[in-house]
Design a protein around this ligand. Structure first.
Ligand SMILES: Nc1ncnc2c1ncn2[C@@H]1O[C@H](COP(=O)(O)OP(=O)(O)OP(=O)(O)O)[C@@H](O)[C@H]1O
Ligand SMILES: [Mg+2]
Length: 381
């Protein structure tokens, strides 16, 4: 099957990757100088794509730097973290599976490593020691990247994606303290810890009473600009023998607030509907189609919200800014201003809104559109 010129739902590979020149350079420099980095942005703006692209470039360019990737989205506890960490570091620092096994035996001998092969002959490592035992003495694992780096005379970068998951571990702060106390002594390793949930990650990394305070460089990933999206979408159409003007491509990105994931999705939909030349009608209809496809999901999301949370979203869409005025507390039935704070905190924690310099933003542009055009239109007060 012919590959489509736009992708979403997977991190962007190099042909689909656009812009991010400054951020890539900053991250690459940090990797090469072993400066720890934290990257924060709302979901689907492009953190994973950025880190993977920089990692790929470094791997090609310099064999003396090994980049290890682990994603802890589904990791729920300290013990699971150790397992992921050990495997991620072993995989990232070994060229072949034979080497991985050898390293496991050499550097993690206390854990009694065992090798099994899956049907697609991928080597998998498991460990004979219970992870609970290990929890009491995790030094060997937490120091693994430094041990390997020293032994092989290389530098190691450890990238931990969805780092905000750490906040949900039981005794999270004690665990963070454990990580920090080991990692700060690593002179041949750089850490890149990234995820969404800005408020929570900021608390971890910029609160003076938290273990990861001043751990390294904090990057707030911004959206890719409308101009860059315009050029990118235009180029991808042209490369595949179809046309879209720069103005139309910029309009397309604008419709979804330049949100990386949705620009790719909308561009793909519009591209599929275009025979030779794209038009405003095609773009508008494509947006409606995506909104309709997602509407069931949005209904599900609404069903898990309280009525005051929904009222809050309504107030945001009405353009209100003085949420705690007596008039608005009454109009939107927020209750007290203490209750209003609870509503905001819950919506932030669920990554539905973000509040930045006092401005409230509904993060998912299509959800926002659906609320405006469908949900609140029909709902009767
Ligand atoms: N630099 C880029 N150029 C083009 N498209 C991009 C870029 N970065 C991200 N995208 C698009 O956005 C989508 C989401 O990106 P990615 O998965 O990297 O975001 P994320 O911030 O890691 O999201 P999450 O917080 O959900 O993990 C990608 O699948 C891709 O379609
Ligand atoms: Mg990601």
């Amino acid at each position: 099957m012919k590959k489509l010129p736009f992708i979403f739902g997977k991190s962007s590979d190099s042909i689909n990757f656009t812009d991010r020149e400054e951020e890539s350079l900053r991250l690459e420099t940090n990797f090469k100088s072993l400066i720890n980095t934290t990257i924060i942005s709302p979901r689907r703006w492009g953190k994973t794509s950025l880190v993977e692209n920089v990692a790929e470039n470094i791997r090609k360019e310099n064999k003396k730097i090994k980049v290890c990737m682990l994603d802890i989205f589904n990791v729920r506890s300290e013990t699971e973290f150790y397992e992921h960490f050990a495997k991620g570091v072993l995989k990232g620092t070994s060229n072949q599976w034979e080497e991985m096994i050898e390293n496991a035996k050499k550097f993690l001998s206390h854990l009694l490593p065992k090798i099994t092969f899956s049907p697609d002959s991928q080597a998998e490592i498991s460990f004979g020691v219970s992870w609970e035992t290990l929890q009491k003495n995790p030094d060997e694992i937490l120091n693994l990247p430094e041990t390997i780096a020293k032994e092989k005379k290389i530098s190691v970068i450890v990238c931990v994606d969805e780092f905000q998951a750490i906040g949900d571990f039981s005794e999270s702060i004690a665990f963070q303290r454990k990580l920090r106390s080991h990692w700060q002594h690593h002179h041949n390793v750089g850490y890149c810890l990234y995820g969404s949930k800005r408020t929570m990650l900021l608390d971890i990394f910029s609160n003076a009473s938290m273990p990861f305070y001043k751990f390294g460089d904090i990057m707030f990933l911004q959206k890719i600009s409308n101009k860059k999206w315009g050029k990118f979408v235009n180029k991808r159409f042209e490369e595949t023998g179809k046309k879209i003007t720069i103005e139309q491509a910029e309009y397309l990105a604008e419709l979804v607030d330049n949100h990386s994931y949705y620009v790719q999705q909308l561009a793909q939909q519009a591209w599929l509907c275009t025979k030779t030349s794209c038009s405003k009608t095609i773009i508008d209809e494509s947006l409606q189609r995506i909104k309709n496809q997602l509407s069931l999901l949005f209904v599900g999301q609404i069903e898990t919200m309280t009525s005051t949370q929904i009222n809050f979203l309504n107030a945001v869409l009405d353009g209100e800014t003085a949420f705690s005025s007596q008039e608005n507390l009454k109009k939107y039935r927020f209750g007290s201003s203490a209750n209003l704070k609870k509503i905001k905190d819950a919506l932030i924690s669920r990554e539905i809104i973000d509040i930045y310099t006092q401005k409230v933003d509904i993060l998912d542009p299509i959800f926002k559109l659906w609320l405006k055009e469908d949900f609140f239109k029909i709902k009767l007060y």
